[in-house]
Design a protein around this ligand. Structure first.
Ligand SMILES: Nc1ncnc2c1ncn2[C@@H]1O[C@H](COP(=O)(O)OP(=O)(O)OP(=O)(O)O)[C@@H](O)[C@H]1O
Ligand SMILES: [Mg+2]
Length: 280
């Protein structure tokens, strides 16, 4: 009945000349219910409305897929995350009991697998959070200053200097944008073997986007690896991480309507170039 009332309202609106796009539930001829997308449009001839035109599309499958995705998502983010915490707690207790060498090695492997699982859930959480969060104008300089400060200690202890040329402007993003810069800077510190990280950029008139360049003077990334570096789980042989860092980075940026590129830096090292849509 509620759907019928809405249906009549749609017809009325279309009769008065409006174009309506919506979703609803309709009855099939056999009486079963079906989820549909509805497009209703008036038909005019010589400026006079002579009728209405409606397209119903069956979206049951799409709706079911959406619901399923959300179910797996929350399963992963909550139920499995909670169980991992219990596993970790019990393993910590086990670790403090007398163990022989073999048992210690096994335990170390289990801890690694646990860490990888936690990383995976954390990445999915962040992507989900970013999708749910509204995009707002964010001051590039404020964000970069904060992220760089949080890495200064770590960089210094590795003999790395971070050179930052302050940037003006606001981009459309949300607080998860910190993860973008943070991951790339962290990578440069732990993977590149550089002694300098340069961060600079500005407004790109041609692309109509803000550009942030984060470059190091380290060992660089072979072209073959560059091609796959943003795929989930792709990492260098020496990496202790999960290979999800740059995957998260790319997904977050794309969520903001931006882009990321990776190039060789001059004369050596790696440059990550990030484009983000302006807020002003
Ligand atoms: N600045 C860099 N210089 C050299 N190699 C890099 C640089 N940044 C990334 N890499 C290479 O790219 C790989 C993928 O990076 P990514 O951040 O996705 O994963 P990770 O750092 O290995 O693990 P995680 O970020 O999940 O902890 C790294 O393992 C490393 O081999
Ligand atoms: Mg990383």
């Amino acid at each position: 009945p509620e759907e019928e009332r809405k249906g009549r309202e749609i017809s009325k609106k279309v009769m008065s000349g409006e174009v309506i796009k919506t979703e609803g539930v309709r009855k099939r001829k056999d009486g079963s219910l079906v989820q549909v997308s509805i497009l209703g449009a008036p038909i005019f001839i010589d400026g006079k409305q002579i009728g209405i035109f409606g397209i119903y599309r069956d979206i049951t499958d799409r709706k079911r897929a959406e619901e399923e995705r959300e179910f797996y998502n929350s399963l992963l983010r909550h139920d499995i995350a909670n169980k991992l915490t219990i596993i970790q707690g019990n393993l910590e207790i086990l670790k403090d009991t007398p163990l022989n060498e073999e048992q210690k090695n096994i335990l170390a492997d289990v801890f690694k697998a646990l860490e990888a699982s936690n990383q995976l859930i954390d990445t999915i959480r962040k992507l989900h959070a970013s999708r749910e969060k509204k995009k707002v104008p964010m001051d590039l300089h404020e964000v970069l200053k904060k992220v760089i400060e949080s890495h200064t200690q770590h960089a210094q202890s590795n003999g790395i200097e971070i050179e930052y040329m302050p940037m003006k402007g606001k981009v459309m993003a949300n607080s998860l944008i910190e993860n973008v810069f943070s991951n790339i800077i962290h990578n440069a510190i732990v993977h590149s073997g550089c002694n300098k990280i340069k961060i600079h950029g500005g407004y790109d008139e041609e692309k109509k986007m803000y550009r942030v360049v984060i470059e190091d003077n380290g060992k660089g990334i072979p072209d073959e690896e560059k091609k796959r570096i943003f795929e989930p789980g792709v990492k260098g042989k020496k990496s202790k991480g999960s290979g999800l860092g740059l995957y998260l980075v790319k997904k977050l940026i794309e969520g903001y309507g931006g882009r990321i590129e990776v190039k060789d830096a001059e004369p050596k090292g790696t440059a990550f170039i990030i484009y983000l849509p302006p807020a002003d």
